[in-house]
Design a protein around this ligand. Structure first.
Ligand code: ADP
Ligand code: MG
Length: 274
């Protein structure tokens, strides 16, 4: 039976391409034959809506209820609340009630690991679980980092992200030391790049020069395209919406990089156990 690799798409800045990356990397992995669960951990529910569930407030079960019941140690039946999408992935949806969860977790014991405990009940069924994070460094993001094996950090190549990136890396290393020693940075992913503008090229070069030695920066860059922006309301991935376009090609290439990285890590673990 497989044990999922859990990947968090995290950046405390909004609009960096987290949701778009979660959706298209997730479906990209499913297209390669992997069993994939996407988890919408943002109260704004953009991922849930992008996948075609456009009234998340009407869903009977969403992540917040599942986490509340996990915290209360109530039984959750197999597959409860998990939705299926036509492109071969499963989804734990979100809705606005997740925004109240941070408050209700305050008095819980081990409140940083509620998401990890919930995912522990489903992860045997999947090869990959991708968590779409919210734009903050609050308790939900800590839960996301505590549950993850690795973090992918989408960075929009249009603004200088330096300061925010430092803060995020600091949070990742704190969670690693205090809660989740196995946590790794999968890589920084440059999104919405535009090879025609100097600024975009300069930021790409700057990030690779500044961080490239310390942490992985994915070779793949996701180009800016209106075709990518269109899918947030279409209910389908870029592979259905514009299969021959440059963004679909980029997400296919990112999928291959992530699979190659996972294969390398598996080999390394095997070698260490010999
Ligand atoms: P986040 O989840 O980090 O807030 P999103 O994935 O929602 O970021 O992307 C922010 C906005 O940019 C959305 O409106 C989305 O449709 C758009 N977008 C995402 N990726 C691209 C892209 N490659 N080209 C153009 N627009 C994009
Ligand atoms: Mg988002």
């Amino acid at each position: 039976m497989s044990r999922a690799t859990i990947i968090a798409c995290t950046n405390q800045k909004g609009g960096t391409g987290k949701t778009t990356t979660c959706e298209n990397l997730g479906i990209g992995l499913a297209n390669e034959g992997k069993k994939v669960l996407l988890v919408d951990a943002d109260p704004q529910a953009s991922l849930t809506i992008a996948l075609g569930f456009d009234r998340p407030d009407r869903l009977p079960v969403t992540l917040s209820g599942l986490l509340e019941r996990t915290a209360a140690e109530e039984e959750i039946s197999a597959g409860e609340g998990i939705l299926h999408h036509a492109e071969g992935i499963d989804l734990v949806p979100s809705d606005i009630s997740l925004s109240g969860l941070e408050v209700s977790l305050v008095n819980e014991m081990s409140r940083e690991t509620v998401l990890r405990r919930y995912l522990g009940t489903v992860k045997r069924k999947y090869d990959f679980i991708l968590i779409d994070g919210m734009p903050s460094l609050g308790m939900l993001t800590i839960n996301t980092l505590a549950a993850a094996d690795k973090v992918i950090v989408p960075v929009q190549a249009q603004y200088l992200p330096a300061k925010g990136l430092e803060q995020l890396l600091h949070t990742v290393s704190r969670v690693k030391h205090q809660i989740n020693p196995g946590l790794k940075i999968g890589g920084v992913l440059l999104t919405m790049t535009d090879s025609r503008t100097n600024l975009s090229r300069e930021i790409s070069t700057l990030i690779r020069d500044t961080y490239g030695g310390k942490i992985k920066v994915f070779d793949t860059e996701i180009p800016r395209s209106v075709r990518a922006a269109e899918i947030s309301s279409e209910g389908v991935s870029i592979f259905r919406h514009d299969p021959n376009g440059k963004v679909a090609e980029a997400y296919r290439s990112l999928t291959k990089e992530v699979l190659a990285q996972a294969a390398r890590e598996k080999r390394r673990k095997l070698e260490q156990s010999l």
